[in-house]
Design a protein around this ligand. Structure first.
Ligand code: 5AD
Ligand code: SF4
Length: 439
């Protein structure tokens, strides 16, 4: 056997891309590649890209520009673009950056090993939307030990068509993987050392995969089946749409001990007028009532959200309604973005908000979120919570892990190892982490 070829993969965007990148590394392992940490040493460079906002897409082109000299020095170097920019722009990428050899959309990753073999001879592009479960065909050979946490994609795509969002175009229609495959993959992850699984989907709570018993399984049903896997200690899921929070899923937050008390539930805006223009199909009030029901099932749940400021036609009054909604919910964390017009989406054609005004709103919103995040975190002091330890901290003898509520927690305890799950009494709160002692 010859020397292993070296693969450098850089991942942008969401957790689903992180999961996809892991699968691509495993699949290219079958072609003789091992992953390396820098583009300079690589025989193949793969960018797994994000198209959600304009800045994310532009980053890809500037990154590619930096690889030009590498390719000049090493003509055999293969350069590939995967992910949502690949899906959205296809051959246009090669037109703009001719040193790119391979363009592969998220629905075609099972073809990557074959495409890599062809890439030396000419350009290869695949941005089709096939019907089959690509992950079943993207099985790598790697069975290496893993860290204590892992992502597992259960659903992809979106049928919601929010007026600002490219996801329904880049990731396509909603598709759920069959439950039996997910359960097999989860068992395999647990065998490899994983103790916490985060189920991923653009619309994960709309999951409706074929069950082993026939019939559609809801996400709650899938979670209960995962709950039965020995050695799996924690289950999370992301990202959810408010309209798909079924009664069984809300109930599971109160009754399934492995389902962690943390929920990412984007609302985007607190103004009903803007929500309507966003095609969200819910109101601020219906969202607040939903939060009440979730909190009734699991009172200590920590909530997180996504917000867009400066959506077309957003007035100061609309923005004030968003701040009021945030005040009412009390988020433990939130992601907020300035609206970015995406070509091909309905909102891109509308009257845009003055960018300086949008910047100002973003700053005010982020100040409020930062304050809430700190308050929710500070309220953990004095409580005893589960912590799954992941790695050593900066101080000798220190370990850091994530609490049930997804806070980073530092503990001084030399005997702890990654993968240990312990009860910890929280003693203090710093800007982005908690510290405690073993209970
Ligand atoms: N501009 C700004 N933010 C966006 N998001 C999605 N599309 C856009 C856009 N065009 C945000 C939403 C979504 C998150 C993943 O990204 O808040 O929930
Ligand atoms: Fe995009 Fe999420 Fe709306 Fe789907 S539900 S269109 S992924 S923001």
């Amino acid at each position: 056997m010859g020397e292993a070829k070296k693969l450098y993969i850089k991942t942008y965007g969401c957790q689903m891309n992180v999961y996809d990148s892991e699968r691509m590394v495993e699949a290219l392992g079958g072609n003789g590649y091992v992953e390396v940490g820098s583009p300079e040493e690589a025989d193949m460079i793969l960018l797994n890209t994000c198209h959600i906002r304009e800045k994310a897409a532009e980053k890809v082109y500037s990154e590619l520009g930096r690889f030009k000299s590498l390719k000049a020095d090493k003509p055999d170097l293969k350069i590939g673009v995967a992910g949502c920019v690949a899906q959205a722009e296809g051959a246009e990428i090669i037109a703009r950056q001719p040193m790119v050899d391979l363009v592969v959309g998220p629905q075609s990753y099972h073809r990557l090993p074959e495409m890599e073999r062809q890439a030396g001879a000419g350009k290869v592009i695949d941005t089709d939307f096939p019907e089959e479960d690509k992950f079943a065909r993207l099985k790598g050979r790697a069975k290496a030990k893993r860290g204590p946490t892992a992502f597992l994609t259960v659903q992809e795509g979106c049928d919601k068509f929010c007026a600002f969002c490219v996801v329904p175009y880049t990731r396509g229609a909603e598709v759920s993987r069959p439950a039996a495959r997910i359960l097999d993959e989860a068992r395999e992850l647990v065998d490899r050392g994983v103790r916490e699984i985060t189920l991923l989907g653009q619309n994960v709570n709309a999951y409706h995969g074929a069950g082993p018993d026939g019939g559609d399984w809801s996400l709650a049903k899938l979670i209960w089946a995962l709950d039965g896997i020995d050695g799996l200690e924690r289950i999370r899921f992301t990202t959810s749409h408010p309209n798909d929070m079924g009664e069984d899923l809300i109930e599971a937050h109160g009754t399934c001990a492995k389902l962690m008390p943390y929920l990412h539930l984007p609302v985007q805006s607190g103004s009903d007028r803007i929500l309507k223009r966003m095609n969200r199909r819910h109101t601020a009030e219906s969202y607040l009532r939903l939060i009440e029901r979730i909190r009734a099932a699991r009172p200590d749940i920590v909530l997180s959200g996504d917000f867009i400021v400066g959506f077309p036609e957003e007035t100061e009054e609309d923005f004030a309604a968003t701040l009021a909604l945030i005040e009412a919910v009390r988020y433990g964390s939130a992601f907020s973005f300035k609206y970015s017009p995406r070509p091909g989406t309905p909102a891109a054609e509308r009257a845009q908000v003055d960018p300086a005004e949008a910047d100002d709103r973003l700053q005010r919103l982020q100040a409020l979120i930062t304050r809430q995040q700190r308050e929710v975190q500070d309220a953990m002091v004095g409580r005893t919570v589960g912590v799954l330890f992941e790695k050593p901290g900066r101080m000798p003898g220190q370990m850091v892990g994530k609490s049930d509520h997804l806070h980073s927690v530092f503990v001084s305890a030399p005997d702890l190892a990654p993968g240990d799950l312990r009860q910890v009494r929280i003693e203090s709160s710093a800007p982005n982490s908690l510290a405690g002692v073993l209970a």
